[in-house]
Design a protein around this ligand. Sequence first.
Ligand code: ADP
Length: 164
Amino acid sequence: MADLKLIQGDITTFKGDAIVNAANTGLVGGGGVDGAIHRAAGPELNIACRKLHGCPTGDAKVTPGFNLPVRLIIHTPGPIWRDGSFEEPKLLRSCYENSLKRAVENHCQTVAFPSISTGIYGYPLDKACKIAVSTIRKFDAPLQVTMVAFDQKTYDAFNKAMAN
Ligand code: ADP
């Protein structure tokens, strides 16, 4: 079982083996946490991402961390929330699962996640937190996972989901 802890802060300052990026399917860099990661990692990240030729929603692909204090960045495009009947829960679960698989394949022990899909992509926060927490806790590998909540609302929602 993966170990899970929660902090509030900026994921670009996380020191460990890997961070996960809530990317888009083009892996072209965007707003939110994606923009922050691209700015902090530097322009080489964009060049490396272009070579990956995109990533389907729910899958995950890896680049080096470049100027970030991590070895790897795991890019996973989350689902855009419509009304919940377009496989959004299954796709969000896949994001966490595939990111954790990439972490293990690349010999990571410490990995940090942002709250995938709950920003610009509009996934309801409480629903997303439950999926994130259960998927990470169920994942059978000796990983230390840190959820990095950027704002208080996200921190509180994860805190609640982790208490259950
Ligand atoms: P998505 O498009 O998957 O919804 P966003 O980047 O819009 O992705 O939002 C995902 C979450 O990441 C939101 O909770 C947002 O507040 C948070 N976020 C934004 N910047 C950062 C950052 N530097 N570190 C950690 N989380 C961040």
